[in-house]
Design a protein around this ligand. Structure first.
Ligand SMILES: Cc1cc2nc3c(=O)[nH]c(=O)nc-3n(C[C@H](O)[C@H](O)[C@H](O)COP(=O)(O)O)c2cc1C
Length: 419
């Protein structure tokens, strides 16, 4: 691994202090840094008035994902963008030491997600007639070229330490530019990318991300924090006006309530509140952050359009099970009761083989967080397209080599739990 963390990064990663990008706009304590996630920015996500900080050594026109990752490594001060196995993989065991793997993860939960995939293997089958597997699918009325969405990620300042810096193309990295990389890159790949809602992002920042969603009408989606019901309703109006085909609420952000400032409240949702949200919205509502059978059934009963089995990429609670370990029981319980609601999963999906493992476990599609994030930072729209292309190629060859003809009908028997 050739990651040489600069002094600032070392300080962040070892003492848990989030350095304030180039502008020095915020600092978090060691214990809260792992919780930092998309919250707690003192200045919102906008760049400061200071001169943008130039970075040397970018590859201006990245030709491959190695170039993209190299660029991402240069712009972030909170993540070493490790290149374990040459595929942009962070396994949570890199130079961030006792700190926070990959931009704010709780070590155990994050590592468990990764290790769950590593602990599964695929049965290789080569004697069949599947040479052109079908990778297209549909999610809540939207056609997808492959069953992959980006993760919901934002927060240049407080998550990535990348605000107010010049990006590889010589332009200032902003929330809008970052969101464009994710959303346009996903749309050009025939998939879907998210606009995020940071807990303390000023409404204006959220609206600017929604402007990008609007541009890609029907091919971009948005997330809302589990705010008060009234605030959620207001944001649902904005999201619907932006033309998103559906939206998500990351119900697992409720634990951030203690850190939210007045006017930025988040709260756990009960069945009654879930039903109110479903009733209010004119588009399907996806609940993201489901980790138990009981909650999955509650979401189904409330009428949610879909759920994402997620532990927020290991960023909200330090010791959760791996998402892939809770997924099968959730799928079984929901299907046993006759609910058709699509069930997605995320956390640690790092290549096309992982996508196939998730599908074989009953997932309808996956979200890919950090790899897409780094792709947008280091290569913009093109970087995200490259990342999707890599997943597509790997998924296709994994399907051929397991005799899987269609992503919508994956034989669970191709999956073995232990290596
Ligand atoms: C920097 C960063 C910011 C994130 N912000 C949000 C968010 O605002 N809302 C949300 O639902 N999930 C958020 N997530 C979690 C992702 O949507 C996703 O669940 C997670 O990254 C998946 O794990 P992976 O990164 O291992 O693929 C964030 C993740 C990262 C790394």
């Amino acid at each position: 691994m050739d990651n040489k963390l600069d002094q600032n990064r070392r300080e962040f990663l070892t003492k848990g202090a989030v350095l304030a990008a180039a502008a020095g706009t915020l600092a978090l304590t060691a214990s809260s840094s792992a919780h930092a996630a998309e919250a707690v920015a003192t200045t919102g996500a906008t760049a400061s008035a200071e001169e943008p900080k130039a970075i040397t050594g970018y590859i201006k026109e990245p030709k491959n994902l190695k170039d993209v990752l190299g660029n991402a490594r240069k712009i972030m001060s909170t993540c070493a963008a490790c290149d374990v196995a040459g595929a942009g993989r962070c396994n949570g065991k890199g130079p961030c030491g006792e700190g926070v793997p990959g931009m704010g993860g709780m070590r155990q939960s994050f590592v468990r997600n990764i290790e769950a995939f590593e602990g599964m293997s695929l049965t290789m089958r080569s004697l069949h007639n599947v040479s052109k597997p079908k990778m297209e699918t549909e999610l809540l009325g939207v056609k997808l070229a492959m069953p992959i969405l980006t993760g919901v990620t934002g927060g240049l300042t407080y998550n990535m330490g990348a605000a107010n810096k010049l990006a590889f193309d010589g332009e200032v990295m902003t929330e809008d530019k970052y969101a464009r990389g994710i959303i346009e890159g996903a749309a050009n790949s025939g998939c879907l990318g998210w606009a995020a809602d940071g807990i303390e992002d000023p409404l204006d920042t959220y609206k600017r991300r929604l402007d990008v969603v609007k541009e890609f009408k029907g091919r971009a989606i948005a997330q809302i924090k589990p705010r008060t019901q009234q605030e959620i309703f207001e944001r649902i109006d904005l999201v619907q006006n932006a033309g998103a085909p559906f939206f998500a609420i990351d119900i697992d952000s409720a634990g951030r309530a203690a850190r939210a400032l007045p006017g930025n409240t988040v709260e756990p949702k009960d069945l009654k509140k879930l039903k109110e949200i479903v009733k209010y919205a004119k588009i399907p509502f996806m609940a993201k952050g489901v980790m138990t059978v009981e909650e999955a059934l509650m979401c189904a009963e409330a009428g949610c359009g879909a759920i994402v089995v997620s532990n927020h990429g290991g960023r909200v609670l330090s010791s959760t099970p791996a998402t892939m370990h809770v997924l099968p029981a959730i799928v079984k319980a929901v299907r046993d009761r006759g609910y058709k609601m699509p069930i997605l999963v995320d956390g640690g999906v790092r290549d096309g083989g992982d996508v196939l493992k998730a599908l074989a476990s009953g997932a309808h599609a996956v979200l890919v967080g950090r790899p897409m994030l780094r792709a947008s930072l280091g290569g913009g729209v093109k970087g995200v397209e490259m990342q999707f292309k890599r997943f597509q190629g790997e998924l296709e060859s994994s399907m051929v080599l397991t005799g899987t003809a269609d992503v919508r009908n994956v034989d669970p028997a191709i999956l073995l739990q232990s290596v």
